[in-house]
Write a protein that binds this ligand. Structure first.
Ligand SMILES: [Zn+2]
Length: 365
Protein backbone atom coordinates (compact mmCIF):
# COMPACT_ATOMS: atom_id res chain seq x y z
CA UNK A 1 0.00 0.00 0.00
CA UNK A 2 1.21 3.51 -0.68
CA UNK A 3 1.32 6.20 -3.29
CA UNK A 4 1.31 3.64 -6.09
CA UNK A 5 -2.44 3.56 -5.45
CA UNK A 6 -2.93 6.74 -7.33
CA UNK A 7 -0.46 6.44 -10.18
CA UNK A 8 -2.80 4.75 -12.62
CA UNK A 9 -6.11 6.12 -11.33
CA UNK A 10 -5.37 9.70 -10.38
CA UNK A 11 -8.96 10.68 -9.59
CA UNK A 12 -10.71 9.73 -6.38
CA UNK A 13 -13.70 11.07 -4.47
CA UNK A 14 -14.30 12.96 -1.23
CA UNK A 15 -17.36 12.03 0.79
CA UNK A 16 -18.80 12.70 4.23
CA UNK A 17 -21.32 10.92 6.41
CA UNK A 18 -23.18 14.20 6.92
CA UNK A 19 -24.71 14.18 3.45
CA UNK A 20 -28.40 13.42 3.20
CA UNK A 21 -27.81 11.57 -0.07
CA UNK A 22 -25.95 8.54 1.28
CA UNK A 23 -22.88 9.78 -0.55
CA UNK A 24 -20.35 8.05 1.72
CA UNK A 25 -21.69 4.54 1.16
CA UNK A 26 -22.30 5.13 -2.57
CA UNK A 27 -18.82 6.57 -3.03
CA UNK A 28 -17.23 3.71 -1.10
CA UNK A 29 -19.02 1.14 -3.26
CA UNK A 30 -17.99 2.93 -6.44
CA UNK A 31 -14.36 3.30 -5.34
CA UNK A 32 -14.15 -0.32 -4.14
CA UNK A 33 -15.53 -1.50 -7.49
CA UNK A 34 -13.24 0.63 -9.65
CA UNK A 35 -10.00 0.74 -7.64
CA UNK A 36 -10.28 4.45 -6.96
CA UNK A 37 -9.30 6.18 -3.74
CA UNK A 38 -12.01 7.34 -1.33
CA UNK A 39 -11.21 10.29 0.93
CA UNK A 40 -13.49 10.28 3.97
CA UNK A 41 -13.74 13.94 5.03
CA UNK A 42 -15.55 13.91 8.33
CA UNK A 43 -15.03 14.67 12.03
CA UNK A 44 -15.31 10.90 12.58
CA UNK A 45 -13.22 10.05 9.52
CA UNK A 46 -10.93 7.48 11.16
CA UNK A 47 -13.62 5.13 12.55
CA UNK A 48 -15.76 5.63 9.43
CA UNK A 49 -12.83 4.78 7.14
CA UNK A 50 -11.82 1.78 9.27
CA UNK A 51 -15.39 0.49 9.13
CA UNK A 52 -15.57 0.91 5.35
CA UNK A 53 -12.17 -0.75 4.85
CA UNK A 54 -13.43 -3.71 6.89
CA UNK A 55 -16.72 -4.04 5.02
CA UNK A 56 -15.60 -3.36 1.44
CA UNK A 57 -12.75 -5.58 0.33
CA UNK A 58 -10.20 -3.82 -1.85
CA UNK A 59 -11.32 -0.31 -0.91
CA UNK A 60 -8.45 2.18 -0.91
CA UNK A 61 -9.41 4.71 1.70
CA UNK A 62 -7.92 7.78 3.33
CA UNK A 63 -9.27 9.54 6.39
CA UNK A 64 -9.27 13.34 6.71
CA UNK A 65 -10.26 14.24 10.27
CA UNK A 66 -10.54 17.83 9.11
CA UNK A 67 -9.20 20.00 11.94
CA UNK A 68 -8.97 22.58 9.13
CA UNK A 69 -12.76 22.77 8.98
CA UNK A 70 -13.04 24.12 12.53
CA UNK A 71 -9.79 25.71 13.72
CA UNK A 72 -7.45 28.40 12.44
CA UNK A 73 -3.76 27.58 12.65
CA UNK A 74 -1.47 29.70 14.79
CA UNK A 75 2.29 29.90 14.70
CA UNK A 76 2.51 28.02 18.00
CA UNK A 77 -0.26 25.52 17.24
CA UNK A 78 -0.52 24.78 13.52
CA UNK A 79 -1.73 21.21 14.20
CA UNK A 80 -4.67 19.85 16.21
CA UNK A 81 -4.71 17.13 18.87
CA UNK A 82 -0.94 16.84 19.24
CA UNK A 83 -0.36 18.89 22.41
CA UNK A 84 0.04 15.86 24.67
CA UNK A 85 2.86 13.66 25.91
CA UNK A 86 3.16 11.71 22.68
CA UNK A 87 2.97 14.65 20.28
CA UNK A 88 2.60 14.36 16.54
CA UNK A 89 4.44 11.02 16.34
CA UNK A 90 1.97 9.59 18.84
CA UNK A 91 -0.96 10.99 16.88
CA UNK A 92 0.28 9.33 13.68
CA UNK A 93 0.78 6.00 15.43
CA UNK A 94 -2.52 6.06 17.22
CA UNK A 95 -4.66 7.03 14.23
CA UNK A 96 -2.73 5.67 11.27
CA UNK A 97 -0.47 2.78 12.28
CA UNK A 98 1.97 1.89 9.50
CA UNK A 99 0.71 -1.14 7.64
CA UNK A 100 -2.88 -0.32 8.58
CA UNK A 101 -5.73 -0.32 6.10
CA UNK A 102 -6.32 3.44 6.10
CA UNK A 103 -4.06 6.26 4.91
CA UNK A 104 -4.38 9.75 6.31
CA UNK A 105 -3.44 13.39 6.40
CA UNK A 106 -1.59 15.52 8.90
CA UNK A 107 -4.01 17.06 11.47
CA UNK A 108 -3.49 20.49 9.95
CA UNK A 109 -5.49 23.48 11.10
CA UNK A 110 -6.73 26.06 8.59
CA UNK A 111 -4.36 28.68 7.20
CA UNK A 112 -5.42 32.27 6.58
CA UNK A 113 -3.96 33.98 3.53
CA UNK A 114 -1.09 36.21 4.60
CA UNK A 115 -0.45 34.33 7.86
CA UNK A 116 2.99 33.26 6.71
CA UNK A 117 4.25 32.40 10.19
CA UNK A 118 1.55 29.75 10.69
CA UNK A 119 2.14 28.30 7.21
CA UNK A 120 5.88 28.03 7.83
CA UNK A 121 5.29 26.49 11.27
CA UNK A 122 2.92 23.92 9.77
CA UNK A 123 5.33 23.00 6.98
CA UNK A 124 8.19 22.60 9.46
CA UNK A 125 6.14 20.55 11.93
CA UNK A 126 5.03 18.07 9.27
CA UNK A 127 8.40 17.63 7.57
CA UNK A 128 8.93 14.05 8.68
CA UNK A 129 5.48 12.53 8.26
CA UNK A 130 5.43 8.75 7.79
CA UNK A 131 4.81 7.26 4.35
CA UNK A 132 1.09 6.69 4.94
CA UNK A 133 0.45 10.35 5.82
CA UNK A 134 0.14 13.19 3.30
CA UNK A 135 0.79 16.78 4.40
CA UNK A 136 -2.50 18.66 4.33
CA UNK A 137 -2.33 22.34 3.39
CA UNK A 138 -5.84 23.78 3.77
CA UNK A 139 -5.79 27.49 3.09
CA UNK A 140 -7.91 30.43 1.97
CA UNK A 141 -8.29 30.29 -1.82
CA UNK A 142 -7.50 34.00 -2.10
CA UNK A 143 -3.86 33.04 -1.43
CA UNK A 144 -3.69 32.07 -5.12
CA UNK A 145 -4.41 35.64 -6.22
CA UNK A 146 -1.59 37.93 -7.31
CA UNK A 147 -1.47 39.96 -4.09
CA UNK A 148 -0.68 36.88 -1.95
CA UNK A 149 0.76 34.22 -4.16
CA UNK A 150 4.42 35.24 -4.41
CA UNK A 151 4.69 35.04 -0.61
CA UNK A 152 2.82 31.73 -0.62
CA UNK A 153 5.15 30.28 -3.24
CA UNK A 154 8.20 31.65 -1.38
CA UNK A 155 7.09 29.92 1.83
CA UNK A 156 6.57 26.61 0.01
CA UNK A 157 9.82 26.83 -1.95
CA UNK A 158 12.17 25.42 0.74
CA UNK A 159 9.96 22.30 0.77
CA UNK A 160 10.28 21.54 -2.94
CA UNK A 161 9.93 17.82 -3.55
CA UNK A 162 7.55 17.13 -0.67
CA UNK A 163 4.09 15.94 -1.53
CA UNK A 164 1.34 18.33 -0.43
CA UNK A 165 -2.39 17.84 -0.52
CA UNK A 166 -4.04 21.20 -1.00
CA UNK A 167 -7.53 22.33 -0.07
CA UNK A 168 -8.60 25.81 -1.09
CA UNK A 169 -11.59 27.14 0.83
CA UNK A 170 -13.78 30.21 0.80
CA UNK A 171 -17.30 31.29 1.67
CA UNK A 172 -18.58 29.92 -1.63
CA UNK A 173 -17.10 28.43 -4.83
CA UNK A 174 -13.44 28.91 -3.74
CA UNK A 175 -11.49 28.37 -6.97
CA UNK A 176 -13.81 29.67 -9.69
CA UNK A 177 -12.00 32.99 -10.13
CA UNK A 178 -9.65 33.97 -12.94
CA UNK A 179 -6.61 34.70 -10.75
CA UNK A 180 -7.17 31.69 -8.51
CA UNK A 181 -7.35 29.16 -11.36
CA UNK A 182 -4.28 30.79 -12.87
CA UNK A 183 -2.53 30.68 -9.48
CA UNK A 184 -3.36 27.00 -9.04
CA UNK A 185 -1.75 26.23 -12.41
CA UNK A 186 1.38 28.13 -11.33
CA UNK A 187 1.45 26.32 -7.99
CA UNK A 188 1.27 22.92 -9.71
CA UNK A 189 4.04 23.91 -12.09
CA UNK A 190 6.25 24.77 -9.10
CA UNK A 191 5.22 21.67 -7.13
CA UNK A 192 4.43 18.96 -9.67
CA UNK A 193 3.05 15.83 -8.08
CA UNK A 194 1.00 17.77 -5.54
CA UNK A 195 -2.53 16.69 -4.77
CA UNK A 196 -5.70 18.79 -4.79
CA UNK A 197 -8.99 17.65 -3.33
CA UNK A 198 -12.44 18.91 -2.35
CA UNK A 199 -12.83 20.26 -5.91
CA UNK A 200 -15.32 20.05 -8.79
CA UNK A 201 -14.66 17.86 -11.87
CA UNK A 202 -13.54 20.83 -14.01
CA UNK A 203 -10.91 22.02 -11.54
CA UNK A 204 -9.83 18.40 -10.98
CA UNK A 205 -9.26 17.81 -14.70
CA UNK A 206 -7.31 21.04 -15.12
CA UNK A 207 -5.14 20.26 -12.08
CA UNK A 208 -4.23 16.84 -13.50
CA UNK A 209 -3.42 18.34 -16.90
CA UNK A 210 -1.13 20.82 -15.11
CA UNK A 211 0.86 18.25 -13.16
CA UNK A 212 -1.13 17.20 -10.08
CA UNK A 213 -0.54 13.55 -9.16
CA UNK A 214 -3.95 13.00 -7.60
CA UNK A 215 -7.23 14.87 -7.36
CA UNK A 216 -10.31 14.02 -5.34
CA UNK A 217 -13.66 15.37 -6.47
CA UNK A 218 -16.41 16.07 -3.95
CA UNK A 219 -19.26 13.58 -4.15
CA UNK A 220 -21.67 16.39 -3.32
CA UNK A 221 -21.51 20.16 -3.26
CA UNK A 222 -20.30 20.52 0.35
CA UNK A 223 -17.17 18.56 -0.55
CA UNK A 224 -16.71 20.47 -3.82
CA UNK A 225 -16.87 23.91 -2.20
CA UNK A 226 -15.10 23.69 1.17
CA UNK A 227 -15.73 26.57 3.57
CA UNK A 228 -13.38 28.31 5.98
CA UNK A 229 -13.78 27.93 9.75
CA UNK A 230 -16.58 30.25 10.81
CA UNK A 231 -18.17 30.61 7.36
CA UNK A 232 -21.95 30.16 7.43
CA UNK A 233 -22.89 26.53 6.77
CA UNK A 234 -25.01 25.39 3.88
CA UNK A 235 -27.94 24.77 6.20
CA UNK A 236 -30.56 22.11 5.60
CA UNK A 237 -31.52 21.48 2.03
CA UNK A 238 -34.99 22.53 0.93
CA UNK A 239 -37.69 19.93 0.43
CA UNK A 240 -37.49 20.11 -3.33
CA UNK A 241 -33.72 19.78 -3.29
CA UNK A 242 -31.91 17.61 -5.79
CA UNK A 243 -28.10 17.50 -5.87
CA UNK A 244 -26.17 18.96 -8.80
CA UNK A 245 -25.77 16.48 -11.65
CA UNK A 246 -22.65 16.37 -13.83
CA UNK A 247 -23.69 16.96 -17.45
CA UNK A 248 -20.48 16.31 -19.36
CA UNK A 249 -21.80 17.78 -22.63
CA UNK A 250 -22.15 21.16 -20.92
CA UNK A 251 -19.55 20.64 -18.17
CA UNK A 252 -22.34 21.69 -15.81
CA UNK A 253 -23.30 20.62 -12.30
CA UNK A 254 -26.92 21.69 -11.99
CA UNK A 255 -29.93 20.27 -10.29
CA UNK A 256 -31.92 18.12 -12.76
CA UNK A 257 -34.78 20.58 -12.21
CA UNK A 258 -32.67 23.29 -13.84
CA UNK A 259 -31.88 20.98 -16.78
CA UNK A 260 -35.60 20.26 -17.15
CA UNK A 261 -36.07 23.96 -17.80
CA UNK A 262 -33.02 24.30 -20.05
CA UNK A 263 -33.97 21.28 -22.17
CA UNK A 264 -37.70 22.08 -22.22
CA UNK A 265 -37.67 22.34 -26.02
CA UNK A 266 -34.69 20.09 -26.80
CA UNK A 267 -34.03 16.36 -26.62
CA UNK A 268 -33.27 15.40 -23.01
CA UNK A 269 -29.66 14.56 -22.20
CA UNK A 270 -29.43 10.80 -21.74
CA UNK A 271 -26.95 8.63 -19.83
CA UNK A 272 -26.40 5.17 -21.29
CA UNK A 273 -24.65 3.97 -18.13
CA UNK A 274 -27.55 4.97 -15.87
CA UNK A 275 -30.07 4.14 -18.61
CA UNK A 276 -32.16 7.24 -18.14
CA UNK A 277 -32.72 10.85 -19.12
CA UNK A 278 -30.80 13.31 -16.98
CA UNK A 279 -33.45 16.00 -16.62
CA UNK A 280 -36.25 13.96 -15.06
CA UNK A 281 -35.81 13.09 -11.40
CA UNK A 282 -38.01 12.94 -8.31
CA UNK A 283 -36.83 14.34 -4.97
CA UNK A 284 -36.73 10.84 -3.49
CA UNK A 285 -33.77 9.23 -1.71
CA UNK A 286 -33.57 6.71 -4.57
CA UNK A 287 -33.34 9.38 -7.25
CA UNK A 288 -30.86 11.46 -5.23
CA UNK A 289 -28.69 8.34 -5.07
CA UNK A 290 -28.89 8.00 -8.85
CA UNK A 291 -27.60 11.58 -9.19
CA UNK A 292 -24.64 10.89 -6.86
CA UNK A 293 -23.90 7.60 -8.68
CA UNK A 294 -24.06 9.28 -12.09
CA UNK A 295 -21.61 11.97 -10.96
CA UNK A 296 -19.15 9.31 -9.77
CA UNK A 297 -19.13 7.33 -13.01
CA UNK A 298 -19.30 10.36 -15.30
CA UNK A 299 -16.46 12.17 -13.51
CA UNK A 300 -14.35 9.01 -13.69
CA UNK A 301 -15.05 8.63 -17.41
CA UNK A 302 -14.21 12.27 -18.08
CA UNK A 303 -10.88 12.04 -16.24
CA UNK A 304 -10.10 8.69 -17.89
CA UNK A 305 -10.62 10.31 -21.31
CA UNK A 306 -8.26 13.12 -20.29
CA UNK A 307 -5.54 10.80 -19.02
CA UNK A 308 -5.79 8.68 -22.19
CA UNK A 309 -4.31 11.65 -24.08
CA UNK A 310 -0.52 11.95 -24.26
CA UNK A 311 0.63 14.15 -21.35
CA UNK A 312 1.74 16.92 -23.69
CA UNK A 313 -1.70 17.08 -25.34
CA UNK A 314 -3.88 17.19 -22.22
CA UNK A 315 -4.08 20.95 -21.83
CA UNK A 316 -5.12 21.41 -25.47
CA UNK A 317 -7.58 18.52 -25.24
CA UNK A 318 -9.24 20.05 -22.18
CA UNK A 319 -9.40 23.47 -23.83
CA UNK A 320 -11.24 21.91 -26.76
CA UNK A 321 -13.64 20.03 -24.46
CA UNK A 322 -14.43 23.29 -22.69
CA UNK A 323 -14.97 25.13 -26.00
CA UNK A 324 -17.32 22.34 -27.10
CA UNK A 325 -19.23 22.61 -23.80
CA UNK A 326 -19.51 26.35 -24.29
CA UNK A 327 -20.81 25.86 -27.85
CA UNK A 328 -23.39 23.33 -26.59
CA UNK A 329 -24.45 25.75 -23.88
CA UNK A 330 -24.95 28.58 -26.39
CA UNK A 331 -26.80 26.27 -28.83
CA UNK A 332 -29.19 25.32 -26.03
CA UNK A 333 -29.53 28.91 -24.99
CA UNK A 334 -29.76 31.19 -28.03
CA UNK A 335 -31.34 33.91 -25.81
CA UNK A 336 -28.17 34.09 -23.73
CA UNK A 337 -29.93 34.07 -20.37
CA UNK A 338 -28.64 30.84 -18.77
CA UNK A 339 -25.66 31.43 -16.53
CA UNK A 340 -22.59 29.26 -17.26
CA UNK A 341 -20.98 27.01 -14.66
CA UNK A 342 -18.66 29.38 -12.85
CA UNK A 343 -15.52 27.25 -13.26
CA UNK A 344 -16.21 26.77 -16.98
CA UNK A 345 -16.77 30.50 -17.39
CA UNK A 346 -13.44 31.37 -15.76
CA UNK A 347 -11.46 28.65 -17.61
CA UNK A 348 -12.82 29.94 -20.94
CA UNK A 349 -11.68 33.46 -20.08
CA UNK A 350 -8.31 32.23 -18.83
CA UNK A 351 -7.58 30.33 -22.05
CA UNK A 352 -8.98 32.86 -24.53
CA UNK A 353 -6.14 33.80 -26.91
CA UNK A 354 -7.71 37.25 -27.31
CA UNK A 355 -7.97 37.69 -23.51
CA UNK A 356 -11.60 38.68 -23.75
CA UNK A 357 -14.07 38.76 -20.88
CA UNK A 358 -17.34 36.86 -21.06
CA UNK A 359 -20.78 37.58 -19.62
CA UNK A 360 -22.04 35.09 -17.01
CA UNK A 361 -24.36 33.76 -19.74
CA UNK A 362 -21.41 32.92 -21.98
CA UNK A 363 -21.35 35.80 -24.50
CA UNK A 364 -17.89 37.15 -25.31
CA UNK A 365 -17.67 40.88 -24.58
ZN1 LIG B 1 -25.04 8.04 -15.57
Amino acid sequence: MGQDWVDKLPVGFVASEKSLCNELELSADFCAGTGRVLVVSDDKAVPLAMDLAGRKPGLKVRADVGAWRHLNATENEPLADVDNLFGLEGWYEQNFPLGGSVMGYTPSKFLRAGDRASLCALLAATESAPANIVTRVAIEAVVLEARFRDDFFDDLAPHQGRKFSFIFADKKDPLAEYQRLDGLRRLLTLHPGSEVDHVDPLVAADALANGASFVAVGASSGRRMPKRPGDPGGGRNAAGYLPGLFNVELLELRSPMIYADWYANSASPYCHTCGRALDVFETTVADKSVVIGHNLHQTSAHITDLMAQPASDRLAWLRDVRLDAHASHMALNPQGDMVLHRSLHKFLELDDPMMREMTRAGVWK
